[in-house]
Design a protein around this ligand. Structure first.
Ligand code: IMP
Length: 179
């Protein structure tokens, strides 16, 4: 594990090593099991960033559940464009189901706000958000995520699924922009 890495034009330093991430993900899975018990929830994984988090989270979730994926996008480089686009077909049947949106990071909160808004039209029993990372200083939404892993400062991070212009998603540790 190297302490500093170069991705495109920027330097990043180690932020959260994989062992800490593993522990936090296990603890989140336990909280979810306790909360949902035999309710058979649908995990709705927001691609691309949440792919690694979702895989680890769901390996540690031992109760019955469904898993679905959705592709949304609001980010260009290091800034949120403020507009959220719903990518692939939005045809998951969530009626009377408990939905857990799985996000890598909640930043402005616009992505989950838009997704929740669209899901509500389909009468789910409940909608909650489970995110590995939460940036409260950047948050402009109404309701903070119910299940939060690490609460972090408003600095760009990468690794463990999160990218900087598509690079860095494969890193098992989390890195932070070196300022
Ligand atoms: P939001 O809509 O502003 O909450 O942004 C959510 C999405 O933006 C996340 O799913 C990420 O894909 C991306 N994002 C937000 N902050 C970061 C970051 O620090 N690094 C990499 N991607 C980020």
């Amino acid at each position: 594990m190297s302490d500093t890495i170069q991705i495109h034009d920027k330097e990043f330093k180690i932020f959260i090593p994989s062992e800490y991430i593993e522990d936090e993900v296990k603890s989140l899975a336990q909280k979810l099991e306790k909360e949902y018990q035999e309710k058979n929830p649908i995990f709705l994984v927001v691609l691309n960033g949440a792919f690694m988090f979702a895989a680890d989270l769901l390996k540690n979730y031992s109760k019955s559940c469904d898993i679905s994926f959705i592709k949304l996008s609001s980010y260009q480089g290091m800034n949120s464009s403020g507009k959220v686009e719903v990518g692939i077909n939005f045809s998951i049947d969530v009626e009377n189901r408990h939905v857990i949106i799985v996000e890598d990071i909640v930043d402005t909160g616009l992505t989950i706000q838009e997704l929740k808004h669209q899901l509500k039209n389909n009468n789910p029993a409940s909608i909650e958000v489970c995110t590995l990372l939460f940036k409260p200083e950047a948050f402009r939404g109404i309701e903070p995520p119910k299940f939060q892993g690490f609460v972090i400062s408003n600095t760009f991070v990468l690794g463990y699924g999160l990218d900087y212009n598509e690079r860095g998603r494969n890193l098992k540790d989390l890195y932070q922009l070196k300022e």
